[in-house]
Design a binder for this molecule. Structure first.
Ligand SMILES: NC(=O)c1ccc[n+]([C@@H]2O[C@H](COP(=O)([O-])OP(=O)(O)OC[C@H]3O[C@@H](n4cnc5c(N)ncnc54)[C@H](OP(=O)(O)O)[C@@H]3O)[C@@H](O)[C@H]2O)c1
Length: 359
């Protein structure tokens, strides 16, 4: 039996265990699992738990027994198919290509493909998978890493997309240095909550922008000051920042440049709203063009989870510099509520869907 066959065989036995646990073994073949699915683009309230086949890992993939699955804005985009550009870049033109929702995952390796070299069955991992709101999910080995020591499955599952995006913004794009003045817009969100901590860990003086109700969290994460975007126009401040990391709202570039130092760096991570085609991504596309005419560095960011970035996140977590700010957890059959609460601004930091024991 080669390694691929081994993977398939062990996946089947795990599926049997899953079905037995669900009580479905009496009524059908032991090859299905519970998953939160959405088969057509619609509001996240349409996400429903259904029985679907247990996925099989390809040669370079790992089958993960999911314990917890983080929720991020991307889940809302993939479920709704908005903005429309999402559909054009490969996520499914007419309906979601991947009906099982969720990307971020923490769990235990249940089976490995024949080309997998770093991970083995039984390893506790975190990373990005295809459809993590489920009992099992497949993920490329290159998008997984060993879970940080001493971190719960819940906290680890909240990290992949948000912490990796923050890492790229703080360490790769802006290269934040000690003593710099850093403004994090959207500091109470998934990406922002990690970006604040990473900038503080680099020795920066951080100002966060968030709603007043979530300002205490942002201070706890290390921001020296928190400004409420609902009552103050941050771009009217009579001061400048060396770095601005923008993860919330759609403040025009020219307003942001007003409070950016002459050689400062602006990183546009994202922002909700905008038109139906590009959504909030328009500013990120324009920023590098404007950048060619000024001494300020203006850029967008395209995040991608990789094992080396996850390992850097693990290093920061194990050093005590960064933690996941998990606000609420939801069982799998309430996944739709998790996505809706996030989209409606009811989450401070991160929301997580729990699938098995996730302590
Ligand atoms: N470029 C990439 O590769 C990439 C990767 C990941 C995420 N993103 C994008 O980045 C954005 C943030 O993602 P996330 O997961 O961190 O979202 P999130 O958890 O929903 O956080 C959004 C943040 O924006 C704040 N906010 C909302 N409206 C605002 C406004 N008008 N002005 C200033 N701040 C405002 C929120 O503050 P309150 O909650 O306190 O109101 C919250 O702190 C999303 O648009 C997402 O799609 C892009």
């Amino acid at each position: 039996m080669n390694a691929s066959t081994t993977a398939a065989a062990s996946a089947a036995s795990i599926a049997a265990a899953a079905s037995a646990t669900d009580g479905t073994s009496d009524t059908g073949p032991a090859s299905t699992m519970s998953a939160a699915v959405q088969r057509r683009y619609a509001g996240p309230e349409q996400i429903r738990v259904d029985a679907v086949p247990v996925p099989q890992p390809a040669d370079d993939e790992v089958l993960v027994e999911v314990h917890a699955a983080g929720v991020d804005r991307g889940v809302w985009h993939l479920a709704t198919g908005r903005p429309l550009v999402m559909r054009a870049i490969g996520f499914g033109l007419r309906r979601p290509k991947q009906p099982v929702q969720g990307t971020d995952v923490a769990g235990v390796v249940a089976a490995v493909g024949s080309a997998v070299t770093r991970l083995e069955v039984g390893d506790q991992v975190f990373g990005s998978a295809d459809g993590s709101f489920a009992q099992f999910a497949v993920a490329k080995e290159s998008r997984l890493a060993k879970k940080p020591a001493g971190t719960s499955m819940i906290d680890a599952s909240a990290m992949p997309v948000s912490a990796v995006t923050a890492l790229i913004a703080v360490e790769s794009s802006a290269q934040v240095k000690a003593g710099q003045r850093v403004l994090v817009i959207g500091a109470s969100g998934g990406v922002g909550s990690f970006a604040v901590q990473m900038a503080v860990a680099a020795g920066a003086h951080v100002t966060g922008v968030a709603s007043a109700a979530k300002s205490e969290l942002v201070r706890e994460l290390g921001a020296e000051r928190v400004l409420d975007y609902r009552t103050a126009d941050v771009t009217a401040l009579d001061e400048t920042f060396d770095v601005i990391l923008d993860t919330g709202g759609l403040t025009p570039l020219r307003r942001l440049r007003r409070i950016l130092s002459p050689t400062g760096t602006l990183v546009i991570v994202g922002g909700e709203g905008g038109d139906s085609v590009l959504g909030g991504s328009g500013r990120a596309l324009v920023a590098p063009l404007v950048s060619t005419f000024t001494s300020q560095r203006l850029m967008g960011l395209m995040s991608a989870t990789s094992s080396d970035r996850l390992e850097r996140v693990r290093e920061l977590v194990e050093a005590g510099s960064v933690r996941a700010a998990v606000d609420r957890t939801y069982p799998l059959d309430r996944a739709s509520y998790a996505v809706t609460d996030l989209a409606d601004g009811r989450i401070a930091g991160k929301a997580v869907v729990t699938v098995r024991d996730a302590s």
